[in-house]
Structure formats: structure tokens, C-alpha cells
Design a protein around this ligand. Structure first.
Ligand SMILES: [Zn+2]
Length: 238
């Protein structure tokens, strides 16, 4: 049963920022970024300091952080990219938008052979080191970390977060990823990886699935259609 007060506040919020529904709201946030955002977002942006909620800019550090906790915007325990309030909002208000974005895929080459040559603990440490290196690169280039699982890393470069130069940023991230794994070093890479970057139109949204809330995106490339579905609430891989 929806809370009528929260429903009314949501309707007022949509009206205040000039959008009609959740789809338009997500298109505004993910496709256009900072343009036309609420007064609250502009206010939060002026409070120190990074890191921040990717949606409302609530600061998670500095003297702004205790204030955010007071108003119900601590970092989400399920997804460190968002504050608890925004994550709850996306869970309650399903929707999405088709936007142009850039996706970076990176995976470990020959990981099965590599795993067979190492003991499980060493292989696990190697993958952990790869995840840490990839996370640092993706955070630095303002990507959303979509996936860190198995031998694979996927980052999303979304206009609303990364800016209009999302394709350029993704290429830079790919080059940096090869650099930090020492692919250009004299001794060769400490982990062999391949990186791919693709720009295209995708549907990005928060959608309620039969087993909870899922974050889905559809990526189109001409007649080909790829479909991705990643757990949203479970958080740690997202
Ligand atoms: Zn937020």
C-alpha cells in the first residue's frame, strides 16, 4: 500500500522540476545531467565533499555528511553510488529512459588457463587486485561501475554523470586500464586483459522484477540487440 504523503510529495517534486512521470525524470537525470535539477541538488552540490550521491549530489564526506545523515541521506548500504533516500526512491518509482551512453567491457584473457596454473587463493588475490585497479580507474573517469564479477568488469559512461564527452572518457579509461595493468611495461602485464568500448542507445532503468528490483539496460547496435539484466538491490556487484 503506497504511503499517500510520500506519493503526494513525489507528485509535487515532479511538478516542481517540470516532468510528468518517472520515465521523464530518469531521462532528465541520466540523459541531461545537471540541467534543470532541483534546488536541493544545487544546494547539496555546494556542500563539501566528495564522494557524493550520483543522483542528488548529497555529500558522503566532509562536514556535509553528518547533515545528510540527519535528513535521511546517508550512503546506501546496498549501493555506494547513491544515498539511501535516492536508492529507496528508485526502488519505489520504477521507470527508465532510452539514452545514448558508452559501455566499457574489460575481461581477463585466458582466465581459465590462468586459474588452472595458480592455486585458488593466489588467483582470487589476483582478481581482487584487478577489481581494485579497475574500480579506481572507473571512479576517476566518472563512470558507474555496472559489474565486477568473475573475470569481468563493466563500466557505464552516462551523459548525466560523465558529461557529453562520455565516449572520450570511456576510451581514456580503457587506455588507463591497460596502463595500470602494465600492458605497456617492459615486463608485460601482471594480469592479461582485453578492453572494449562501445557507444550506442540503451534503455536504462529501475524495474521491479519478480525477485525484486532489477536494473536493466538494452543496448542496440543496428539490428543486433543485446540484453543485460543485473541485480539492483543486492548491490555489491552493481
Ligand atoms: Zn541521493
Amino acid at each position: 500500500m503506497p504511503n499517500p504523503i510520500k506519493t503526494k510529495m513525489y507528485e509535487m517534486y515532479l511538478k516542481a522540476i517540470g516532468v510528468k512521470n518517472a520515465d521523464e525524470l530518469y531521462r532528465r537525470i541520466w540523459g541531461e545531467g545537471e540541467q534543470g535539477h532541483s534546488l536541493g541538488r544545487h544546494l547539496f552540490r555546494n556542500l563539501p565533499s566528495n564522494p557524493r550521491c550520483r543522483l542528488c549530489s548529497a555529500p558522503f564526506s566532509g562536514f556535509g555528511a553528518p547533515l545528510m545523515r540527519l535528513i535521511g541521506k546517508p550512503p546506501s548500504t546496498r549501493n555506494p553510488h547513491f544515498c539511501a533516500s535516492c536508492e529507496n526512491f528508485m526502488t519505489l518509482h520504477q521507470g527508465g529512459a532510452e539514452i545514448e551512453l558508452t559501455i566499457l567491457f574489460a575481461d581477463v584473457r585466458g582466465s581459465t588457463t590462468l586459474a588452472e596454473q595458480m592455486n585458488p587463493a593466489d588467483f582470487s588475490q589476483l582478481l581482487k587486485r584487478f577489481y581494485v585497479a579497475a574500480t579506481e580507474v572507473l571512479v576517476e573517469t566518472d563512470a558507474l561501475i555496472e559489474r565486477l564479477v568473475g573475470d569481468e568488469v563493466v563500466g557505464l559512461f552516462i551523459p548525466g554523470y560523465t558529461g557529453p564527452e562520455h565516449a572520450r572518457q570511456a576510451v581514456q579509461a580503457a587506455q588507463e586500464l591497460l596502463h595500470v595493468t602494465s600492458h605497456r611495461g617492459p615486463g608485460g602485464p601482471w594480469i592479461p586483459i582485453g578492453v572494449g568500448v562501445h557507444t550506442g542507445v540503451a534503455y536504462l532503468g529501475a524495474i521491479e522484477g519478480s525477485r525484486g528490483t532489477y536494473r536493466r539496460r538494452y543496448h542496440r547496435n543496428g539490428r543486433q540487440c543485446q540484453y543485460y539484466c543485473a541485480p539492483f538491490v543486492q548491490g555489491s556487484n552493481w
